[in-house]
Design a protein around this ligand. Structure first.
Ligand SMILES: [Zn+2]
Ligand SMILES: [Zn+2]
Length: 113
């Protein structure tokens, strides 16, 4: 096996270089491209992969959102604390976007019959 004209170190250097290049430059884009084209070729939903549910964009799938994320509710927090309400919930309130389920029906799939 000496017909390739490449030494081991040359091959190693090439591999490392390719890996670095792939990792730093092309990997995310290629990965995303492959994923979406694969899904399309499989006729899978681009958005949810045919799970028919997607993570709630508002609460990131957690099912609860921070109180005061939109409005500053600091005064209300103080009020709650003065009433002795449970203030140890880390200011989390149920997400109204997904009704605290953390996921929603896929909007793409719900369009399909
Ligand atoms: Zn939500
Ligand atoms: Zn879908």
């Amino acid at each position: 096996m000496d017909g390739l004209g490449l030494t081991g170190s040359e091959i190693a250097g090439f591999v490392v270089g390719a890996l670095l290049l792939g990792a730093t430059v092309t990997a995310p884009r290629v990965d995303g491209f492959i994923a979406s084209s694969q899904r399309r070729s499989l006729r899978m939903c681009k958005r949810c992969g045919d799970l028919r549910i997607v993570a709630c964009p508002k609460c990131k799938g957690v099912g609860s959102v921070r109180k005061g994320g939109v409005l500053n509710m600091g005064m209300l927090d103080d009020l709650y604390e003065s009433f002795g309400a449970e203030a140890k919930t880390d200011n989390l309130v149920p997400c109204m976007n997904c009704r605290s389920k953390g996921r929603l029906l896929c909007p793409e799939c719900s369009k399909r019959p």
